[in-house]
Design a binder for this molecule. Structure first.
Ligand SMILES: Cc1cc2nc3c(=O)[nH]c(=O)nc-3n(C[C@H](O)[C@H](O)[C@H](O)COP(=O)(O)OP(=O)(O)OC[C@H]3O[C@@H](n4cnc5c(N)ncnc54)[C@H](O)[C@@H]3O)c2cc1C
Ligand code: SF4
Length: 572
């Protein structure tokens, strides 16, 4: 086992969170190594130009066949919905890409902020029986400057003030919204007829040249990976900026399998990993930041048990792995007489947030979430989503069916339940010989009630938009009972009390002096919004607390200018 030269920091994972941490640490002068288990599909990353090319190619099949990982045969996950069995399923579960850039390489780039209420659900709604709902140990106002900085780093389009329910903003969006999609316009009009408030959805997609990256051409293949770099994925934005400092070394195909501690069990000393050739390597570091998403991070901590922490390092509270949340997702599909062009344009252009606030005074905590109006349609995915059986063949045979649909999809909060968790499967091993992560999840009755209540509201919207027929698919239906929402949170929740939380409010583990978590493992509740912008803002804040513990927000002034290099090119 070869030991390498020590560095200031090792970051495990190069996705939304890890890339943001790498940028801040490298720009502050630290020598950083980023370990990423997946491959690098971006040509020229780290080179002197922003004109990078990618191996993504508007190819739905390539994307569905796991071009970006995670390999379902070599690295499966196991799943069960109750604790009295070892597992009920082995295969892809929450199969976010494992590649340089993580899930952001082919996400939809929906980038809303949370609203102030999301951080104080316990105070606003009280306890939920059978769940452990708590307030976050930070407020929207504390996170606000970091949201703004991230919007400028990755490039988010949007319209300030268009969402009447948004929190305070200290700066406008760096770009205006691009052209609207027809299906979005149609469903938004239906929502307006019902007195709701649709707005242009914030997206990390260029509506004009921005920081030398081109404007979006609305080709419609965002979820297979943007071929022209108009989408601000983490690799070509934050990670590229980290690498351009010359102080950040990216190591793809590098699977971290153990974090080593000193004898006292107080400090991390190194990360052990398999390199691209399958050789074991040891990377010593002054500090380690975990950014492998809740599955990767929790698994690594559990695999690293130590005499001081027999149940996984950083787990003196016993809460590591628990409070796993996925979001409650419902999709209502309307079939229209005329074409709605759902396949033309970036994934979503409109949303509404009315349901995140309309039950403020109710005691049953049935609060809805952000509703996306319209949505990308790709043919194979349509086929996979339609109900199986005779109806499926009939619908697919009607050639123009998929050109005439428009959707309303709600992403809402599921409550954190201690028994919903990630641990290590007792017998299934992956291609490295390591125990695979096992996910245990069962919907809380409150979440099922939420789905029931809001499915009819979604159907009202799509009907008001003029749909001739309407059907709704809930999370279970969409994925045959196996969670595939691609949103994961909890498992190392942040808090001020070391007995009730795993990390402090900046993501530093209570138990260790030099170990941090920068991903959504630290979420206290799952919030009513898509998570990635909040993950990035928290990661930026976590990194800022490492380089400037006395004044984390102060480092925002020291980041390279947040203005862009595209406006003056007049390509708007
Ligand atoms: C199709 C799709 C569409 C989506 N659309 C949206 C959207 O529109 N808006 C939104 O907010 N979110 C969206 N998401 C979710 C989004 O991708 C995630 O929220 C986000 O990527 C999480 O960021 P992260 O950095 O925490 O984790 P990831 O992006 O998952 O990155 C973690 C990285 O760590 C690596 N890793 C894990 N363990 C190890 C280890 N032991 N050693 C080395 N490397 C390791 C992984 O390979 C991975 O690359 C979407 C996801 C998918 C799949
Ligand atoms: S619609 Fe725009 S952002 Fe999406 S893949 Fe096409 S060019 Fe890229």
């Amino acid at each position: 086992m070869k030991s390498l030269e020590a560095v200031d920091a090792v970051i495990v994972g190069s996705g939304a969170a890890g890339s943001m941490v790498a940028k801040v640490l490298a720009e502050a002068g630290q020598q950083v190594v980023v370990l990423e288990k997946g491959r690098n599909r971006i040509v020229g990353l780290g080179g002197p130009t922003r004109n990078l090319t990618t191996l993504c190619s508007n190819d739905e099949l390539k994307s569905l066949r796991g071009f970006h990982g995670n390999d379902p045969l070599g690295e499966p996950r196991s799943f069960r919905d109750r604790e009295d069995v070892d597992r009920t399923y082995v295969g892809p579960v929450q199969a976010i890409p494992n590649t340089v850039g993580g899930g952001t390489i082919h996400y939809d780039a929906d980038s809303p902020r949370c609203q102030p209420d999301d951080f104080r659900m316990r105070s606003l709604y009280g306890a939920v029986e059978g769940a452990d709902v708590q307030d976050w140990p930070l407020s929207y106002d504390e996170l606000e400057p970091f949201y703004t900085a991230v919007e400028y780093i990755i490039g988010v389009q949007g319209e300030q003030g268009a969402n009447p329910f948004e929190g305070r903003r200290s700066a406008p969006f760096p770009m205006p919204p691009g052209p609207p999609k027809l299906d979005g316009l149609i469903v938004a009009e239906g929502a307006r007829k019902l007195g709701l408030h649709p707005f242009p959805f914030p997206m990390a997609i260029n509506s004009r040249v921005y920081r030398d990256r081109p404007m979006c051409n609305d080709c419609g293949f965002c979820s297979t990976g943007c071929p022209i770099q108009a989408m601000g994925n983490s690799a070509i934005t934050a990670l590229q900026e980290a690498m351009l400092t010359g102080r950040c070394e990216l190591r793809p195909d590098s699977m971290a399998y153990r974090i080593e501690l000193d004898d006292a069990g107080r400090r991390v000393t190194s990360v052990h990993y398999f390199d691209a050739e399958g050789e074991r390597r040891v990377q010593p570091a002054d500090r380690v930041i975990l950014a492998g998403n809740p599955i990767g991070t929790t698994r690594l901590l559990l695999m690293s048990s130590h005499s001081t922490f027999p149940n996984g390092i950083g787990n003196s509270s016993g809460w590591l792995g628990r409070h796993l949340t996925f979001h409650v997702i419902s999709v209502t599909v309307g079939i229209f007489e005329k074409e709605t062009h759902p396949y033309r344009g970036r994934t979503i252009t409109h949303a509404l947030a009315d349901f995140t606030v309309n039950s403020r005074n109710e005691s049953d905590y049935v609060r809805g979430g952000i509703v996306e109006l319209g949505g990308s349609i790709l043919p194979i995915s349509v086929g996979k989503t339609l109900p199986r059986g005779p109806l499926h063949s009939l619908l697919m045979r009607q050639g123009d069916f998929w050109k005439k649909i428009a959707t309303a999809s709600m992403i809402a909060e599921d409550v954190p339940v201690p028994s919903n968790r990630i641990d290590l499967d007792p017998s299934v091993r992956d291609v490295y010989g390591l125990p695979v992560p096992r996910l245990t999840y069962r919907s809380h009755p409150r979440d099922l009630a939420l789905m029931e209540r809001y499915n009819s509201r979604l159907e009202q919207i799509v009907t008001a938009a003029g749909a001739q027929s309407v059907f709704t698919a809930s999370r279970e239906f969409l994925s045959g009972g196996i969670p595939q929402t691609f949103h994961m949170h909890g498992t190392a929740r942040m808090g001020t009390d070391p007995e009730k939380s795993v990390t402090d409010p900046f993501g530093k583990f209570h138990d260790l002096e030099n170990l941090w978590c920068a991903d959504a493992s630290t979420f206290v509740t799952s919030t009513a919004y898509n998570p990635t912008l909040t993950i990035q803002a928290l990661a930026l804040r976590c990194a800022a607390s490492i380089v400037a513990p006395a004044d984390p927000s102060g480092i925002l002034q020291r980041l390279p200018p947040l203005g862009d290099g595209g406006a003056e090119r007049g390509n708007s």
